[in-house]
Design a protein around this ligand. Structure first.
Ligand code: SF4
Length: 508
């Protein structure tokens, strides 16, 4: 690993992340690689290096990137030696265009060579010349890079990268390449390492988790992986995202039901309830098969909270197609849904399809869909009133609200729960678990206020890890190189991690 040229001054960095959980986890690796090379995270809002980890999937990704770069241009003019790096999916897609549009950028790197970032930064500084390095295939599996974990209680662990499907709306296959599976032993070793360090919740990540094993020819590898991970002592909550309905087999449902650590929660992307549109999206399941999966999951795991992704206004979608989506949503009884208005992504097959649906119609359908899902989410949440829930207090949502004095956390089924801390009660730390009774419900969260002024708190290893990180962050001067605290798979910092959902999106 490259070290910094000027040994007398430690350079600071900031990573800005756009997009999905994959990108957030990739940013943990970018931070880890930088810290292993001697950089420290900036705490004064004036970093020497700004890394933007971009997303090409979301709407307005370009605008967001160039807006950020425009602001950074003026900062760079007054900050001598400042460097700007752009990586991630949009960099992989746009390559040299970024340097043409924003010549003040120092480094552009892709999704396949994140580990090169420190070297590219140093080379750009040394040669006084922008560096562009985009690989078309994976250099090293990203999980072998150093990782700076953002949470002491929850960790993401990648099981695969890339995707062998060809959904016509999706840019991922062309940017992330074919699916590459990590060896089961490496995955389990990483889970063990994070658990040893205090993590009690792990989310397995992949573009299409249940096709895991396709590379080494084991169709049941994902179910086996869930069972094996579930045996790791100290791992209390095991989740995964995202599966694909086409290859979601009963052995996975069995593994979920028979592995106590696997949480009663499933994110199962529907995308459309119209079989005609699913075909046009090149999604190889049909609505009946999709609903059949939900039935079988609920037969084995009755309290499972099932969430989904839905795209409204895909090219060619008629009113009849849309009504099919409403019908499936009504039947599926999702706990929540990410709802998206279709918009053109250059480079995808759907971008050039005829019959793009006018924006006004897309908006009108979107409003009807979200109204329906909000009603269902509320009804599903109201059905939980009176039930006991085990809530893991989260750092992201655990800050005391000035108005309500409530803390927040996630139930086992990943529902967001707000609860009050009665006067005189102990206060749970992020990662601790409180047992609560649900007292009221809204579409996007549950309230569980204590009726008798006591809180049932279970102090956990994750809470202890939070305490250690707090003490460490007070004791370690921020300008001190922290490479010693970075190691493979070991979480080191406690900031915020929301386990499953990106609430900035259209979560209904
Ligand atoms: S399954 Fe489809 S939507 Fe998901 S990453 Fe692969 S191509 Fe994209």
């Amino acid at each position: 690993m490259t070290s910094i040229v000027d040994a007398t001054r430690v350079r600071t960095y900031e990573v800005r992340t756009f997009g999905c959980q994959m990108n957030v986890h990739d940013s943990e690796r970018l931070s880890g690689s930088l810290e292993a090379a001697g950089y420290v995270r900036a705490t004064d809002g004036d970093p020497d290096v700004v890394v933007i980890n971009t997303c090409a999937v979301r709407e307005n990704a370009d605008n967001k990137l160039y807006g950020n770069l425009g602001q950074l241009a003026s900062t760079k003019r007054v900050h001598e030696g400042m460097q700007i790096a752009v990586g991630g999916c949009l960099a992989q897609k746009d390559k040299a265009t970024i340097l043409e549009k924003a010549p003040w950028v120092d480094v552009v790197f892709g999704t396949h060579n994140m580990g090169s970032l420190p070297t590219l930064l140093e080379r750009a500084r040394h040669n006084d010349e922008a560096q562009l390095e985009i690989l078309e295939s994976l250099d090293v599996f990203p999980s072998t890079l150093p990782t700076k974990r953002e949470s002491t209680h929850s960790a993401w662990v990648s099981i695969s990268v890339g995707c062998n499907n060809t959904c016509t709306f999706c840019i991922v296959p062309s940017l992330r390449g074919k699916e590459k599976d990590r060896r089961p032993g490496d995955i389990l070793a990483e889970i063990q390492a994070v658990v040893d360090d205090g993590v009690t919740e792990v989310t397995l990540l992949g573009q299409n988790v249940n096709s895991y094993g396709v590379e080494f020819g084991d169709r049941q590898a994902f179910g086996k992986l869930l069972r094996a991970a579930g045996q790791i002592e100290g791992l209390e909550r095991l989740r995964f995202t995202s599966p694909h309905p086409a290859a979601f087999t009963d052995d996975v449902i069995d593994a979920m039901a028979e592995t106590p650590a696997v949480m009663p929660q499933l994110h199962m992307p529907l995308q459309s309830g119209s079989d005609r549109i699913l075909k046009s999206m090149r999604r190889s399941y049909r609505s009946e098969k999709f609903l059949g999966i939900l039935d079988r999951v609920r037969a084995r795991i009755p309290h499972a909270a099932i969430s989904t992704d839905i795209i409204v206004g895909f090219p060619g979608e008629t009113e009849e197609d849309f009504l099919d989506t409403l019908r499936v949503v009504e039947q599926a009884r999702f706990a929540s849904a990410f709802t998206f208005q279709y918009s053109v992504r250059a480079g995808t097959p759907a971008a050039t399809m005829a019959d793009q649906v006018p924006k006004s119609i897309v908006q009108e359908r979107y409003n009807r869909l979200t109204a329906l899902q909000d009603r269902i989410s509320l009804e599903e949440n109201q059905s939980l009133i009176g039930r006991k829930v085990d809530v893991m207090v989260t750092a992201a949502e655990g800050r005391k609200s000035d108005q309500t004095h409530r803390l927040s956390g996630r139930a086992q089924d990943s529902r967001l729960v707000h609860f009050d801390v009665p006067e005189g009660s102990g206060v749970p730390r992020p990662g601790d678990v409180v047992t609560l009774q649900v007292t009221s419900a809204a579409p996007f969260y549950l309230i569980a206020d204590s009726p008798d002024g006591t809180l049932e708190i279970r102090r956990t290893r994750s809470g202890d890890a939070w305490d250690r990180a707090e003490a460490e962050s007070c004791a370690v001067p921020s300008a001190e190189p922290s490479s010693a605290r970075i190691s493979l798979g070991l979480p080191t910092l406690r900031v915020a991690t929301t386990p499953i959902y990106d609430t900035a999106d259209g979560l209904r």
